[in-house]
Design a protein around this ligand. Structure first.
Ligand SMILES: [Fe+2]
Length: 181
């Protein structure tokens, strides 16, 4: 189930608000410039769907977002709990960082936990199947795929170089709950 927990950036002990309805999550994130929405496929997708099948199924939603923000490329990324490098992959984005580009993820299946640190708040956004999250360029955040990661995500990019992570050196991420899966 999708969930937004809102913390302050000085107290990680308990959230000050929790939202589970998609519309409520979107409303709470929107003032900070973070886009959250829910997409539905225009066809059934089997477990053997290729990258092209997945992109085709969400073509209309992808095109709308591409036009609005000027994205130049799209791909599909996946991980399963059997992945031999899952721990290294999890650790890669587990500390607070920024990118010069948007971080846009649409969850075709599976889940992931984004933490976004902005305006004195820490938003914990647990994304599940059907969720789109767009984090603006240069906004501090981290991502936890959990110890048993499972997801397939569509990613949108404006520039390939924009995807490099710039770590802030802060240890804030260690103070907030990890994803248990
Ligand atoms: Fe990131």
């Amino acid at each position: 189930m999708s969930e937004l927990r809102v913390y302050t950036d000085t107290d990680s002990s308990a959230p000050v608000a929790v939202h589970t309805l998609g519309a409520d999550i979107a409303l709470a994130l929107e003032p900070s410039g973070i886009l959250f929405s829910r997409w539905s496929a225009d066809r059934e997708l089997g477990g053997d769907a290729t990258q092209d099948d997945i992109i085709a199924a969400y073509r209309d939603s992808i095109d709308e977002l591409t036009q609005r923000y000027g994205f130049k490329s799209v791909d599909v990324v996946s991980i399963s709990p059997q992945h031999p490098d899952k721990d290294a992959m999890r650790n890669k984005f587990l500390s607070e960082h920024t990118h010069a580009d948007y971080e846009v993820r649409f969850f075709v299946e599976g889940e992931g936990l984004f933490y976004i640190h902005v305006d004195g708040k820490v938003f914990a956004v647990r994304c599940t199947q059907g969720d789109l999250l767009s984090i603006p360029a240069n906004m501090t955040h981290w991502f936890d795929m959990g110890p048993n990661p499972f997801f397939r995500c569509i990613r949108l990019f404006t520039t390939p170089e924009g995807w490099v992570a710039n770590f802030t050196g802060s240890d804030i991420a260690q103070h907030y709950p990890a994803l248990a899966n």
